[in-house]
Design a protein around this ligand. Structure first.
Ligand code: SPD
Length: 279
């Protein structure tokens, strides 16, 4: 007998994983949490029935949510990650020597605990002295800062339940205020295939907040709905293509498995349907 886990990505499509072992199943104050060991994608973190990350393809998501901003900003020192309790985004941020402090604001301590125990390749830098973890609601947390962060990364779950506010206008306003004059905000913005309406709404909201540069970029994540994912890049000063730091990307001293100079240029050149959808 084989056990299978299926994420129903839409009412009509599911992605199923054959399960080797169920490592953790529990309920925190906020959500259902599971870690499953799968035959094809290694360990899989599931929150409220939705795939958050897998050991096999997480590098694509975490490199793309972090390095485009970190290599566009001239010298980011203070970075805030909202969500991302698995630690994958923090692991990538910490690769940049210029980082002085990386704050992880995760609402759910159990996600961090579970990731430290079952997903060591993602959570490997959570104990780094440059990393400060706060267990708070990111929406309230960010509203306490003025011109403090160089980069804010919203590594949220999908826009259902507690994460809904992380896609809204007032949250973006607070992020704008919490960023320094050269600040950059990155938000995971779901699938361009399935969620173009949401992406349009994110674009409208970010422009209303007065970010002079609002762009989207995309990547291929096999275990996310449709396999194609996107991120919003909202910036007060630097443009990811006009201000690209080619030498810095080429001469980086750390390894990446997906991100490189060609990828940086390619991901901001959107497929026609996506470009059209953004108007
Ligand atoms: N549908 C999956 C969207 C998940 C985005 N966030 C994932 C968190 C990984 N650090």
């Amino acid at each position: 007998m084989h056990l299978w886990y299926t994420e129903y990505q839409t009412d009509n499509i599911g992605l199923s994983f054959k399960i080797k072992e169920t490592l953790f199943v529990g309920r925190s104050k906020y959500q259902d949490i599971a870690v499953l060991d799968t035959f094809e994608f290694g360990r899989l973190l599931v929150l409220d029935g939705l795939v958050m990350t897998t050991e096999r393809d997480e590098f694509i998501y975490h490199e793309l949510i972090t390095h485009p901003a970190l290599f566009t900003h001239r010298c980011a020192k203070n970075v805030l990650v909202i969500g991302g309790g698995d630690g994958g985004s923090i692991r990538e941020i910490i690769k940049h020597d210029n980082i002085k402090e990386a704050v992880l604001c995760e609402i759910d301590p159990i996600v961090v605990e579970v990731s430290k125990r079952y997903l060591p390749s993602l959570s490997s830098e959570l104990e780094n002295p440059k990393v400060k973890i706060v267990y708070k609601d990111g929406i309230n947390f960010v509203s306490n800062f003025r011109s403090y962060f160089d980069i804010i990364i919203v590594d949220s779950t999908d826009p259902i339940g507690p994460a809904k506010g992380l896609f809204g206008l007032s949250f973006y306003r607070d992020c704008f205020a919490a960023l320094k004059d050269e600040g950059i905000l990155i938000c995971q913005s779901e699938s361009p295939i399935y969620h173009l309406d949401l992406i349009q709404e994110i674009q409208t909201n970010l422009k209303r907040v007065d970010f002079p540069i609002v762009k989207f970029y995309y990547g291929i994540i096999p275990t996310y709905p449709s396999g194609m994912w996107s991120w919003a890049f909202a910036s007060k000063k630097f443009d990811p293509l006009r201000d690209i730091q080619e030498e810095k990307i080429k001469n980086r001293k750390f390894l990446t498995k997906y991100y490189n100079l060609g990828i940086h240029k390619a991901i901001f050149n959107l497929p026609s349907f996506f470009k059209k959808g953004l108007g």
